[in-house]
Structures are given as C-alpha cells and as structure tokens.
Design a protein around this ligand. Structure first.
Ligand code: FAD
Length: 390
C-alpha cells in the first residue's frame, strides 16, 4: 500500500483497456503481478470487437517491418512477434484468406475480446476500472482518473491514437506522455476514405470495381489490387484504405485506377474498333466490357475518339485527391509518440517504469491485420520486460 490513505497501490497500471491493454492484462492474469486495467469507456475492447468489419482480422501471415510506417524499421522489426505468438492467448481455431489475413474461424471479432475479458475476469490479481478516464499521470507513479487516484510502480500507456473517437480514442492521451518529455509527431488519419475531385465520377456513386490502384505524389508511392468503391465525396474500398496511408500526409496526390487489370490495353482497343465497325454509338464503345455507367464515365473523361486513347484511359483513370474523410472515419493514426525516446522494451528513456503499447506510438500498419499485430506484439514485449525480466 502507498502512504496515501484510500489510494490503492499496484505493481502495474495499464491505461487503456483496448486491444493492447486487454492483451497485456490477459498475459498478466496468470502471474502474481497486481495489475490495474483502467478504461475510460464502460466496456473493455470496444474497438477490438469492431475490427475487420466485425470479423476480427487480428494478424497477417505476411507480417514484417515493411508493412509499417515507422521511422526506425530495425527497432520495429525487433519488437514484432510471430503470428503464432499473437494467436497463443486466444483459444480457438483461425483461418487465413488469400491476402494472408488471419481471422477466427467463427468470424466474430467480439469473440477475441471475450477471450481476453474471460482471462482477465478469472484473475484475482487484476482490478478493472471501467468508465474511468485517466486525466493525469505524475512521477511515482500517481494515476488520477475520473473516480479517484491509484499508484503503481510501473505504468503502461495503451490509450490508442486519435482515430475513431467513437471507441474512446480522441488523442487526448498523448498529453500524458508529453508531461514526461515525450514528443508527439504530426498526426494524420490513415486507413481512411479519400475525398477526391468527383467531376468524372459523380455518376458512379455506389459502384464497386476490382482494379489496380496506384497512389502518386510526384512519384509512385504504392500500387495495390483490390476493391474501389465510388462515393459522393470520392473513393472508398479496401484498395483505397491501403493507399490512403501513403497519401494522407502528401498534398497534390493523385490516384490512378487501372480497370480490367487482367485484360491488356490492345484487346480493349480491338474490341472498341469492332464496335465502331458494327455501328455502335460512341457512348456504347465500352458496353459489355465495363459496367455501363463506368464505360460512359470513361468516354466522358476521354476527349478523343481514338480507340487507343480510350483503352489507355481504361487503364489509367486519374482522380485528384482532396484530403481524407478525417480522424472520425479513420481506422488508425499516422504519427504519435516519437519512438526516439522509447527503448526496444517499449520503456520510456525519460522516465523508468513508463511503457508504451500500440497505436499511441508513431507506428502504423497497412490494411490487413497489421495494426492489431503491432498492438499485440507490443503487449508481448512489455510483458517480457516487466514479468520475465524482473
Ligand atoms: C472500425 C475499425 C476497424 C479496424 N479493423 C482492424 C482490423 O481488422 N485489423 C487490424 O489490425 N486493425 C484494425 N483496426 C485498427 C486497430 O483496431 C487499432 O490499431 C488497435 O485497436 C490499436 O490498439 P491499442 O491498444 O493501441 O488502442 P485501442 O484499441 O484504440 O484502445 C485504446 C483504449 O484506451 C482507452 N482510453 C483512451 N484514453 C484513455 C484515458 N485517458 N484513460 C483511460 N482509457 C483511455 C480507449 O477508450 C480505448 O479503449 C481497426 C480500427 C477501427 C476503428
């Protein structure tokens, strides 16, 4: 017990009962470490239960440092654990899709949260504080939360980033680390829908197409294949989520869409010539080849009547970016607590006993399970640091 009356003392206080916080608490559940898990919302793991469209894409077999945005890939690679390690606290069966994304076979993200909650709930060493927003953290450590204060030898900041504030993450937690001298880098929404010029895409609202999509800003940033969905504000879909991470901090970016990625341009050109020979109206030169509404949009976009030019537009349809839909719609945050002041054990170099996990750090992953993999890898590393190496 600390010297303060009515102030409970713990070995470890985890601030944030999200993906990484719950995972660490579940690992600590089998130890004798007295732990406080403090969550501002009325339930643990709300965001985790919503991941992967509710299906819980918790890791990816293609994981590696190259799937992340981070200023020090070596530091990151040292912390990332293997897929089997990520899965180990969850009892259940898992399946991998053609993009390497790993899901529970039951395809329910909430089952992941339930598995962690059950482990936490069975432990006598873990006290869970719900509806308890941490508002201050001071040396000692003294944790002030909405219901009072507690003290702890070690504190783990797992309070997430600024994306998707409906899940309790609005970026306010960065200030808890800044008090100890840590710097927060510039913050951007990532894995998010893009606002674009809609001059030539207005009529396509609701259309989903499989295509190659490339992000450019002065140079090619990334190409990927996947779904693109046209909306009234711009572009959405898996491929756009992936590209958004590459353009979120770039002005003047362009998205280039290659429709019919498996059909070469010369075949499209030949088909147009055949239609011209058969007396088709110009507006129908792409009929049958593409959805009508898309074919017409391409014909409007391409001023020329030259079949080669039209085929080229099918293969290279450019859309100018005008920003993103913002943090409220983003899945993750680009930027966060700079990793310069954070050791490979995820401990602060300015304040011993203060640790960081997950999205609060300046690390974000591509779409496909990499962000949860990061959150869980952090939890494993902090567990090793505070339990195995004590
Ligand atoms: C809709 C959606 C779908 C996603 N799908 C996927 C996916 O399929 N695969 C994938 O890998 N990633 C996915 N992500 C990203 C992934 O969920 C996050 O990167 C991950 O949850 C981050 O884990 P974390 O522990 O760092 O933070 P979080 O899981 O965000 O948890 C932080 C917790 O801290 C709490 N908190 C914040 N401030 C305080 C405070 N001051 N005091 C107390 N508590 C506080 C919050 O309420 C929250 O519960 C998705 C994100 C969203 C929004």
């Amino acid at each position: 017990m600390s010297g303060r009356t009515n102030v409970k003392h713990y070995d470890v206080a985890i601030i944030g009962g999200g993906a990484s916080g719950c995972y660490l608490a579940a690992l600590l559940a089998d130890t004798d470490i007295r732990t406080a898990l403090i969550e501002s919302r009325d339930r643990l793991g709300r965001k985790l239960s919503a991941t992967g469209n509710g299906q819980g894409n918790l890791t990816n077999v293609n994981v590696g440092a190259d799937k992340y945005f981070c200023s020090d890939r070596e530091w990151l690679a040292d912390i990332l654990c293997g897929v089997e390690d990520v899965l180990s606290p969850f009892c259940g069966l898992f399946e991998t899709d053609d993009k390497g994304r790993v899901y529970p076979c039951g395809r329910q993200a909430s089952s992941l949260t339930d598995a962690l909650r059950t482990k936490i709930g069975k432990s006598n060493n873990i006290d869970v504080y719900l509806s308890s927003e941490v508002t201050d953290l001071s040396e000692g450590y003294v944790v002030t939360y909405s219901g009072g204060q507690l003290t702890a030898d070690k504190v783990v900041l797992a309070a997430g980033g600024k994306a998707a504030k409906q899940f309790g993450t609005d970026g306010r937690a960065y200030s808890l680390a800044e008090k100890f001298g840590h710097k927060t880098t510039a913050l951007y929404p990532a894995l998010v829908q893009l606002r674009t010029d809609t001059t030539y895409t207005k009529t396509l609202k609701g259309l989903r197409v499989d295509c190659n999509a490339t992000a450019e800003a002065g140079k090619t940033l990334r190409t990927c294949r996947g779904d693109v969905i046209f909306t009234d504000y711009g572009l959405s879909g898996n491929a756009i989520f992936t590209l958004s991470s590459f353009v979120t901090d770039k002005a003047g970016a362009v998205i280039r869409l290659e429709f019919l990625p498996d059909i070469p341009a010369h075949e499209i050109e030949r088909d147009i010539r055949r239609k011209i020979g058969a007396g088709y109206e110009r507006s129908e030169w792409l009929a049958c080849t593409l959805p009508n509404v898309l074919g017409r949009a391409i014909m409007r976009r391409c001023a020329s009547d030259d079949p080669r030019e039209i085929a080229r537009t099918v293969k290279d349809f450019r859309v100018e970016c005008r920003g993103t839909l913002g943090f409220d719609y983003a899945q993750v945050t680009r930027g966060g607590i700079g990793i310069e002041g954070v050791s490979r054990n995820l401990e602060s170099e300015y304040s011993r006993g203060l640790y960081f996990m997950g999205e609060i750090l300046d690390v974000d992953g591509e779409c496909g399970g990499y962000n949860l993999h990061w959150a869980f890898s952090c939890a494993r590393r902090v567990f090793d640091a505070i339990y195995k190496r004590r």
